[in-house]
Write a protein that binds this ligand. Sequence first.
Ligand SMILES: Cc1cc2nc3c(=O)[nH]c(=O)nc-3n(C[C@H](O)[C@H](O)[C@H](O)COP(=O)(O)OP(=O)(O)OC[C@H]3O[C@@H](n4cnc5c(N)ncnc54)[C@H](O)[C@@H]3O)c2cc1C
Length: 140
Amino acid sequence: MKAYDVIVVGGGHNGLACAAYLARAGRKVLVLERNDRVGGAAMSEEVFPGFRFSVFSYVVSLLRPEIIRELELARHGLHILPLESTLTPLANNDYLAQWSDHDQNRRELRSIRASCSICCGSAATSAGCRKRICTRSGSC
Ligand SMILES: Cc1cc2nc3c(=O)[nH]c(=O)nc-3n(C[C@H](O)[C@H](O)[C@H](O)COP(=O)(O)OP(=O)(O)OC[C@H]3O[C@@H](n4cnc5c(N)ncnc54)[C@H](O)[C@@H]3O)c2cc1C
């Protein structure tokens, strides 16, 4: 039977980072992952044929830069893409789009607020609409 210094239960990015640091420090490490692949909530999958998506996490906000450097993640295939835009589906087939351009975001929010004033009149406030968020066509 093989012997290990450390057994890490769960191959999410925290477990993997710990295991990598321990292995670099000379420990013999075993990572046990119950899924058929590692990555946890930060893993990507081919949701539609030919298109890979991040299943849960999509913004690299919690991964510390020193970990990227120290574990040489770029050399192991890490490639960070700029987040150019996001799209939040709303009721009534509408959507809220956000870009890295603040002016474009302001215009987007204004177009929704303008719609609020059409369907809710004075109910439209900076916090949004008294009912639900309004669509561009001015209905709730
Ligand atoms: C919907 C959603 C969106 C998110 N968006 C972002 C984002 O945009 N940016 C960001 O920085 N963070 C985001 N987060 C948070 C981020 O996903 C977590 O902080 C991160 O995944 C935590 O990593 P972890 O390794 O601790 O746990 P997890 O990623 O949860 O990994 C745990 C792993 O352990 C395995 N496991 C559990 N129990 C066992 C067991 N008994 N035996 C074997 N294996 C086991 C699981 O299968 C899993 O692979 C999001 C989280 C969610 C849920």
